[in-house]
Ligand binder design. Structure first.
Ligand code: SF4
Length: 270
């Protein structure tokens, strides 16, 4: 059975969730999942707008003007995407409104941070808007589907950034990072993408990144021996679970169960 990389984080949260989804065919779409997909869609378009808008920046502008230029068409784009998304998915208008407000706040904050950086660069280095666009947005492969039959692993990488011939997997998360480093589940996800990319592109992938949009922070994940071993152990446990129906030992957590979409019918729920 092929393992989907996205189910690794779910497995780390609670193995039973993956078991129910994969073996019992339960597939519940939670509001959080719908929200996550929408946020991804908006962010893809936002990045395109930023790239386009950066071309209009010049060295005579101050940070506020640059911010206004970066935000050109962004609010309209968010609204349109949201309306289209609500029509195609069953999302209630109140949740859509909250998501829209949060998204606009986040995108404004990011644009402000970027405007200040861009202003610093154009005012001191006389770079053009197109140079800056290249500087901030390296060549990228978006939503890259990847699989390896031998490893029985597949996934869709949010971004693969390419710099000086090196390939970097990037996972975009809407939430907050831990105080230090990245969440264990995110590290394992990057590790799995790195393995798949090494096979696909025939080159070493020694580092990847997690973009925590809730804090506008990018955190690195280094592919060391421990992380690789950890990933291989988790994959092995998952395979055992699927093939032998062996549910691994786990400590039940009332906190996790309370937030879990399977709590109504999961026999392990507490
Ligand atoms: S209800 Fe609890 S035990 Fe069951 S899948 Fe969810 S988190 Fe796991």
């Amino acid at each position: 059975m092929m393992i989907n990389v996205s189910s690794i984080s779910e497995y780390v949260y609670c193995p039973i969730k993956v078991y129910l989804r994969q073996s019992e065919g339960c597939n519940i779409q939670t509001p959080a999942m719908l929200r996550g997909r929408l946020v991804h869609e908006v962010r893809r378009g936002f990045e395109e707008l930023l790239k386009r808008n950066l071309w209009s920046v010049n060295e005579k502008m101050n940070a506020k003007t640059i911010f206004e230029i970066l935000m050109e068409d962004v609010h309209e784009f968010v609204e349109k995407t949201l309306i289209k998304y609500c029509e195609n998915n069953d999302m209630d208008p109140e949740s859509a409104k909250t998501i829209s407000r949060d998204l606009k706040d986040d995108l404004e904050l990011e644009s402000w941070l970027m405007a200040v950086k861009v202003w610093k660069i154009v005012s001191t280095n006389q770079k053009s808007g197109s140079d800056i666009a290249d500087m901030f947005f390296p060549p990228v492969l978006l939503e890259f589907s990847i699989e390896n039959l031998e490893m029985k692993l597949r996934g869709k990488i949010d971004r693969i950034e390419i710099m000086d011939g090196y390939y970097y997997p990037v996972e975009v998360k809407s939430g907050l990072p831990p105080i230090k480093g990245v969440w264990k589940s995110d590290a394992l996800q990057i590790a799995a993408y790195s393995l798949l990319m090494e096979e696909e592109f025939n080159r070493e992938v020694s580092v990847g990144f997690v973009d925590y949009m809730g804090a506008c922070q990018r955190r690195p994940v280094f592919m060391d021996v421990n992380l690789r071993e950890n990933l291989l152990n988790v994959l092995e446990e998952m395979r055992m679970m699927f093939h032998q129906g062996a549910v691994p030992e786990m400590v039940q957590s009332p906190k996790k169960c309370a937030k879990c979409e399977y709590s109504d019918f999961c026999e392990y729920a507490c």
